[in-house]
Design a protein around this ligand. Structure first.
Ligand code: 6R9
Length: 635
């Protein structure tokens, strides 16, 4: 029996039982057998959820890029590590071998050093899905700099907030990016952001769209000549297992984004282990995850997990609808993709189009299909299963979070029988619990509650950068001695988990986490707005869409409502990005509030979802009369 690669259901149960009985022995065996350490650990796990403090493989030393690149060189140096598929199908794909990746990462790492970046410094990466993105991440890890990738769809204000929060010295960007038929002026966004981020000394600029951009003397530098001047060898910095690897921001229920901090050793072990099992990865496979590396899915399952296994990982620059809705399937056919991992929102969008876009391509190379980011509805699940997988490919519905670093609940293909809309069973080492509102665990099957995890796993985020108290308050205070996920879940009669959605103020739109607070803060910046509240409502393609209730100031009352709506969405785009735009905006005279002044989002959510039958008791509200008005004027 191999702990590392589970192949059938009985084996899963055996491995799972073992992992829970003695988690330390379980992870120690995996860490020892499958990775390269410069020094062994003193202890496998030390933790205290009340502080909270979590350390895996403490005292061990390693460099994650040695595990992701160097150790593969003598066995698979000429194998493709990164297969770059450009935005336009007319541009040729690039096959970057492990040997080439090694050289490119070393050169980039040397550039970072020559620009004054040292171990522990933070580097913000604001790049489209081009090879430089993966390479710059690995270059940071090579020298022990802490990377913080900011999704290139975020606005200048959002970028600047993140740069300042982690006090980054450097930003890596490109002259621009392609997105379907459009180009985006990324460098212009960086220039705007840096007006509010004086701490950034250097901006490295990769060339992608050959646009005519402004370069600020002394600060901005073209990447290519710097790379060309450097050696293709760079000794890896030896890191402690608990040294920071990266910061990745995620939305929370207050305005400030949370910089989740991941460390080195445990993150590597867990992402590599789950990649191997969840995708049943084998040596000659071509694995493709369509996520953007700006999200955790891209960090763990485009870059680190696949490369730690010596896999070929596809990096796709484009969008599913360009040049037409067959693009995904054209790429699957062209590169003979074996594992395909995407988001339910993409599946729903493609399922709406003509089936010819799928059937005209040969998808017979596919073995495993995956989804992530939000609950997948039954219809989308069946469409994916029938038309993409031809009913032969197990669908792994993988549940996890930026905070968890890796997949926590998912079927293991060919082992766990799948069930539409169910993420099914916990990974080895993961101990889920469902909790009731009084903080008690709900045992048994056919129950639902708030999803918590009882025991640490190696890739759990260790803190929120610069705000450990918020880390404790958000994840370890709702339930004693447990990590609280913010999600609700049910457990069916056989013990399978189904994630039912967020139970906090985070709304998942097209798979992107959006906090209500930052959007409301943005709207309230509009001079005509007095107050606002955002809720989610069901949407065919996006899963959820945003519904905004806005109270105008007196000065705004006379303004044209349609113009105001446009302006409000414009403010949101400026502060956060177009992903957070509202689908519906209703101007209201007031918002339903409790006597302590809290907005009753539950009521607003029901009205937005056209579910007015059961609004619950509104008599305890401070202003019950506004509810009637809001219902009447509902959009
Ligand atoms: C990996 C990622 C985390 C939130 C999470 C949950 C939702 C993710 C899901 C899912 C149902 C799945 N979520 N996967 N819900 N089924 N398979 O998406 O991280 O961006 O931090 O989002 O996404 O609500 O709490 P992140």
């Amino acid at each position: 029996m191999s702990n590392y690669h589970i192949k059938h259901l009985e084996e899963y149960f055996q491995v799972y039982r073992k992992s829970v009985r003695n988690p330390e022995a379980f992870w120690e065996e995996i860490a020892e057998e499958h990775f390269m350490w410069r020094k062994k650990w003193n202890s496998v796990l030390e933790y205290d959820f009340t502080k909270p403090e979590i350390k895996w493989f403490d005292g061990a030393q390693l460099n994650i890029t040695e595990n992701c690149i160097d150790r593969h060189l003598h066995i698979r140096g000429d194998k493709t590590a990164i297969l770059f598929e450009p935005n336009s199908p007319d541009e040729e794909a690039q096959h970057i071998t492990y040997r080439e990746l090694h050289a490119k990462v070393c050169q980039f790492a040397n550039v970072l050093k020559s620009q004054g970046i040292k171990k522990g410094d933070r580097v913000v990466i604001y790049l489209p899905m081009i090879p430089e993105l993966a390479i710059s991440i690995l270059a940071c890890a090579r020298i022990g700099a802490v990377h913080s990738v900011v999704f290139a769809g975020f606005s200048a204000i959002a970028l600047s907030t993140r740069i300042n929060d982690c006090d980054a010295k450097m930003v890596i960007t490109s002259d621009g990016s392609y997105r379907g038929a459009k180009t985006i002026d990324l460098k212009g966004i960086v220039d705007d952001a840096l007006e509010d981020s004086p701490g950034v000394a250097t901006v490295l600029v990769a060339k992608r769209i050959n646009s005519d951009i402004q370069m600020k003397e002394g600060r901005d530098k073209w990447l290519l000549p710097l790379l060309d001047a450097e050696s293709t060898e760079c000794e890896p910095e030896i890191m402690d297992a608990e040294d920071p690897l990266f910061i990745l921001y995620t939305s929370g229920s207050t305005g400030r984004p949370k910089g989740m901090l991941h460390t080195t050793g445990g993150y590597m072990v867990y992402t590599a282990y789950t990649f191997k099992n969840v995708f049943q990865y084998k040596e000659d496979d071509v694995y493709w995850c369509t996520a953007d590396i700006g999200w955790i899915t891209g960090h763990s399952y485009i870059v680190y997990g696949p490369l730690a296994n010596g896999a070929t990982t596809v990096m796709f620059e484009g969008v599913p609808s360009y040049p037409d809705f067959g693009r995904f399937w054209e790429v699957v056919q062209k590169h003979k993709v074996t594992q395909f991992y995407t988001a339910p929102t993409a599946i729903r969008a493609l399922a709406k189009e003509n089936l010819d876009f799928v059937t005209k391509y040969d998808l017979s190379s596919l073995k495993v299909l995956g989804t992530v980011g939000e609950p997948i509805n039954e219809e989308a699940w069946h469409w994916y299963n029938d038309h993409v997988g031809d009913k032969k490919c197990p669908i792994v519905d993988t549940w996890w979070q930026t905070e968890t670093g890796g997949i926590l609940i998912s079927p293991i293909p060919f082992a766990t029988p799948t069930k539409p809309t169910y993420a099914t069973l916990p990974m080895p080492g993961i101990q889920p619990a469902l909790m009731d509102e009084n903080g008690k665990e709900i045992f048994g099957n056919q129950v639902d509650g708030r999803l918590c995890i009882k025991f640490p796993w190696p890739s759990i985020a260790r803190t929120i950068w610069g705000d450990h108290k918020r880390y404790k308050d958000t994840y370890f205070s709702a339930f004693q001695d447990m990590y609280f996920t913010g999600d609700g879940a049910l457990r069916d009669e056989v013990g399978y988990y189904r994630i039912t959605g967020r139970v906090d103020d985070v709304i998942i739109v097209s798979g992107h986490n959006l906090g209500t607070a930052p959007i409301e803060d943005a709207i309230n910046e509009h001079p005509a707005v007095a107050e606002s509240a955002i809720v989610g409502f069901p949407h065919d393609i996006k899963g959820n869409a945003l519904y905004g209730y806005v109270i105008l100031k007196e000065t705004g009352e006379s303004r044209d409502r349609e113009n105001l709506k446009k302006e409000i969405n414009q403010v949101i785009t400026e502060h956060i990005g177009p992903i957070a735009k509202l689908d519906k905006i209703q101007f209201v005279p007031g918002l339903p509030k409790t006597r302590s002044g809290k907005i009753m989002r539950r009521i607003l959510r029901k009205i937005a979802s056209n579910d007015m039958g059961n609004l619950g008791d509104t008599s305890t509200l401070l202003n019950p009369e506004v509810v009637e008005n809001i219902i009447q004027e509902r959009l």
